[in-house]
Ligand binder design. Structure first.
Ligand code: PGA
Length: 254
């Protein structure tokens, strides 16, 4: 089970250091693969703090260009060089607040693969899409643009996170998505991915208002390989509660 913690820009540098110190002391069961996505400035020292717990680090965003005169950009290659293993690509806050389109998302996926990072491609419908009955259409389009004709290196991999834009805390309504709808979308997503990249095992996560009270309802769904959590992963108590719930779920299953 994957537990991906997207700390976004919620924490100060000092709070990041404090939370990383606690998380670095976790004794995670081998069934949980945890990745933390801290702010870019704190990424290097967070990596050092989390290494003892076997927790990997990811970038919240990458530039697709590799090197050169690109003021303010941080390339996938640079993130890889300082020890990141994953990168979120196409997060809805990047798409809808910072105006990233499907073409930019595709270039970032390619840059990640080239640099040896695993891109975690975020897809999801907006509230308007949902109202207009265009949810599946939006997701299929995002997946096609991301994966059609994509060459994945032999030792590379990709992951997908289904995150309904409206379900995200802060940038959406923060209203949780019905687990039955998550199950349906996950099966749509899997079918679409398969049609573009065949039998490569692509983990698909769910994200959007996941907390300690609802996490189990998502983990139980067939096709959900883990969760991508924002808000609830930025506080010591709720993050630890999420870990405990995943452990319980894994134990109940075995
Ligand atoms: P949330 O964010 O858990 O705060 O809703 C999830 C995400 O945006 O990745």
């Amino acid at each position: 089970m994957y537990l991906f913690a997207n700390w976004k820009m919620y924490l100060t540098s000092e709070q990041t250091t404090r939370l990383s110190f606690v998380v670095g002391g976790y004794d995670l069961p081998k069934e949980i693969e945890m990745v933390v996505f801290p702010n870019t400035l704190d990424l290097v020292h967070t990596k050092k703090q989390l290494a003892p717990a076997g927790i990997a680090i990811g970038a919240q965003n990458v530039a697709w260009v590799e090197q050169g005169a690109y003021t303010g950009a941080v390339s996938a290659k640079l993130f890889a060089e300082v020890g990141a293993s994953f990168a979120l690509v196409g997060h809805s806050e990047r798409r809808y607040i910072f105006g990233e389109d499907d073409e930019a998302v595709r270039k970032k996926i390619e840059a990640c693969l080239e640099a040896g990072l695993v891109p975690v491609v975020c897809v999801g419908e907006t509230e308007d899409d949902k109202k207009e009955g265009k949810g599946e259409y939006r997701i299929k389009k995002q997946i096609m643009k991301a994966f059609e004709g994509l060459e994945i290196p032999k030792d590379g991999n990709v992951m997908v996170a289904y995150e309904p834009v409206w379900a995200i805390v802060g940038s959406g309504t923060g209203e949780a998505c019905d687990p039955a709808d998550v199950g349906h979308m996950h099966s749509v997503i899997r079918k679409e991915i398969e049609s573009y990249i065949g039998d490569l095992e692509v983990p698909v996560l769910y994200g959007g208002s996941v907390d300690e009270d609802n996490i189990k309802s998502y983990l139980q769904i067939k096709g959900v390989d883990g969760v991508l959590v924002g808000s609830a992963s930025t506080k010591q108590d709720t993050l630890f509660a999420l870990v405990e719930k995943i452990e319980e779920h894994v134990k109940q299953k075995s």
